[in-house]
Design a protein around this ligand. Structure first.
Ligand code: IMP
Length: 404
């Protein structure tokens, strides 16, 4: 089977990174990121427990003999991409980036911070404003940012000065000193970004994908292609959780838009769920818990954002949302993560048909443990997905596959 998609079926942070990493070690030749941007934080612990986090880069870059692609549905901050490639020392033969990716500009970062970080709890990476400009057809595409940095900078500056002028006019009207400070802060951030922009553009030239239909060639060569989702279904721009969502669609539909693969070329769609649920940003959720169990899950599960460090809200596994995501994405295989965390809970529960149900105490992450087997069975019977895999611990290799 040459293509597998890995999607989060909750609110992000399901552990997709380590599932992708496992498939990179054992199966994939090519890894493709297809939506979102540096808002993601995919964490992997290798066999020795060393921690790696990627944001915009596909997890496959941790492996020198895998080829990685950032497809056109992703938004790219050229300066951040440059820094992330440098920090992980990713050689050119490991990575190409679609020239059609819209870029994230300093104005997007400034607007995200002012307008959306407080109101929606965004990651502040400029994601929403960058996608807004894309749909308004005002984006600077990655190929132009790289091939024509001078021309692009003129456009970047124009947008930035327009925004600063708007802030200055607001200041003149209401004399709010915070706005004055903000204007100065924006200038500082802008100058820091521009300082690195030319260097980044020059450095990234060899990483620019010249042939947009390369992925079809890779598919026709029968290479194993892994499509790495970011965030999760509950954060989709099309979800009923709007506006408490991100600005892209972490779905199988987006794989097609972003990569140019068609639906007949998708062979397996793996949904990743945590054995409980977490969420960052604004908005409560139906299975959220407010008692001591929330603290235990947060503490044992180390539930702090990989991108922002923010504490995550915790709750029980919501099988209603998982089932919806299974149907919408044609999920053929579920991988349950952080099952070991559940062994620390005295009376674990799950949420189904808007009601809370009890599990018996789970003593070990093994199909020999009756309660653990029951957890897998409940997921299977409610979602209708037969293949249920699970992780047994945080490190590479600690995963039991139902079928691959
Ligand atoms: P944005 O994607 O930065 O615009 O943030 C919009 C919402 O999505 C906020 O609630 C973020 O906390 C959430 N979000 C974005 N990326 C992730 C992620 O990778 N994991 C979990 N939540 C995320």
């Amino acid at each position: 089977m040459p293509t597998k998609v890995v999607l989060g079926l909750q609110h992000g942070d399901e552990g997709k990174g380590r599932v992708v990493d496992d498939l990179v070690q054992t199966w994939a030749d090519v890894v493709v990121r297809f939506q979102g941007g540096g808002n993601a934080g995919h964490t992997v612990y290798d066999e020795l427990g060393n921690k790696f986090v990627t944001h915009i880069l596909p997890i496959g870059v941790l492996n020198r003999d895998k080829f990685n692609l950032i497809a056109k549905g992703c938004v790219i901050n050229v300066v951040d991409l440059y820094k992330e490639i440098k920090s992980l020392d990713v050689p050119v033969h490991n990575l190409l980036v679609s020239g059609l990716c819209p870029t994230i500009e300093p104005t997007h970062l400034a607007k995200d911070k002012v307008k959306y970080q407080g109101r929606l709890g965004t990651t502040g990476r400029g994601i929403g404003p960058a996608y807004s400009d894309f749909y308004a057809r005002d984006s600077i595409l990655f190929k132009d940012a790289i091939n024509d940095p001078q021309g692009s900078l003129l456009k970047i500056q124009e947008k930035f000065f327009d925004y600063q002028t708007y802030l200055a006019e607001t200041y003149i009207v209401n004399k709010n000193e915070d706005i004055h400070e903000l204007i100065n802060e924006n200038f500082e951030n802008f100058n820091k970004w521009v300082e690195l922009y030319y260097k980044a553009a020059e450095f990234l030239k060899p990483y620019l994908l010249e042939k947009e239909d390369l992925i079809q060639d890779l598919y026709n060569e029968n290479l194993n292609i892994l499509l790495e989702g970011a965030q999760g279904s509950g954060l989709s721009i099309y979800s009923e959780n709007y506006p408490d969502v991100t600005s892209s669609s972490p779905s199988v539909g987006e794989v097609l838009n972003s990569t140019g693969l068609n639906h007949t070329q998708i062979d397996e769609v793996i949904g990743v769920i945590k054995s409980y649920k977490t969420k960052v940003g604004t908005g409560e959720f139906p299975s959220q818990i407010f008692d001591i169990n929330a603290d235990i899950l947060a503490e044992v599960g180390k539930e702090y954002g990989a991108t922002t460090g923010r504490p995550r809200k915790c709750g029980w596994l919501d099988l209603d949302e998982v089932k919806d995501a299974v149907i919408q994405n044609g999920i053929t295989h579920i991988c349950v993560t952080k099952t070991d965390v559940m062994t620390h809970i005295g009376n674990p529960k799950y949420y189904r048909n808007k009601v809370f149900y009890d599990f018996a105490k789970i003593n070990s992450v093994s199909t020999n443990d009756l309660s653990f087997s029951n957890l897998l069975e409940v997921i299977k019977s409610h979602t209708g997905v037969e293949n249920i895999s699970f992780t047994t611990g945080p490190k590479r290799g600690e995963i039991v596959w139902a079928e691959k």
